[in-house]
Write a protein that binds this ligand. Structure first.
Ligand code: GAR
Length: 221
């Protein structure tokens, strides 16, 4: 069974952010109200004052901040955020630069409906500095991963990956420029595929996500 069941005409996204939100911007520019019935219905951040929230405001998308300090612990913060996502009736939760892990109480509410973008070829270089870690290790290839989210750090079943060569003279900054360009193509395509019901989560006991990418994308670049 795909993530999308019953195919209602609107596919509602909640996007979780922590920082600049360049990926959120691409989702707004290329998908929101344009492709596969996708609408960004909410943007939630763990951090106040980040550029991603400004981007949401500019696009007239409701947003809210859920700082950890306002709650007793991670579970209660995540439960508050889950309630907001349920109120927004989101079909899919997209972590686009969201830098906190999500607790079980959150993930249980949205089985196979939370995806994350990561700037490395997982399982290599999980965590908050996938680009810097790849440079420091000296790998010759890195890349971008989109995966279902589980309770671990960047450890859920992989939906799609794209590789990228690392040049000998790359710095974290130069590599980040190419990684972000790749992310800005890959994440919207994966969201489109999920919205169209072409991504099948793994059955119990497996990690294999099936993706039907046989039809051309409707995204205008
Ligand atoms: C992106 O590079 C994303 O892959 C990374 O945060 C950046 C957010 O950029 N996420 C992770 O490292 C998650 N482990 P953005 O705020 O400009 O979209």
């Amino acid at each position: 069974m795909s993530v999308r069941e019953g195919c209602s005409p609107v596919f509602r996204l909640a996007v979780l952010v922590s920082g600049s939100g360049s990926n959120l911007q691409v989702i707004i520019d290329r998908l929101h109200g344009k492709v596969a019935g996708i609408e960004v219905v909410a943007v939630f951040s763990n951090a106040p004052g980040v550029l991603a929230l400004e981007r949401a405001e500019r696009a007239d998308i409701p947003s809210a901040v859920f700082p950890l300090e306002d709650h007793d612990d991670r579970e209660s913060r995540d439960l508050a955020m889950a309630a907001a996502i349920e109120s927004a009736k989101a079909d899919l939760v997209v972590l686009a630069g969201y830098m906190h892990t999500l607790t079980r109480v959150f993930l249980e509410r949205f089985p196979h409906r939370v995806i994350n973008l990561h700037p490395a070829l997982l399982p290599s270089f999980p965590g908050t500095d996938g680009i810097g870690d790849a440079i420091r290790y000296g790998v010759k290839f890195t890349g971008v991963t989109v995966h279902f989210v589980d309770e671990g750090t960047d450890s859920g079943p992989i939906i799609r990956q794209e590789p990228l060569p690392v040049h000998d003279d790359d710095t974290a900054a130069s590599l980040a420029t190419r990684i972000h360009a790749l992310e800005h193509r890959l994440l919207p395509r994966v969201i489109e595929l999920v919205a169209l019901g072409r991504v099948t989560p793994p059955p119990q006991g497996s990690r294999l996500v099936r993706v039907d990418d046989s039809q051309p994308s409707q995204i205008q670049w």
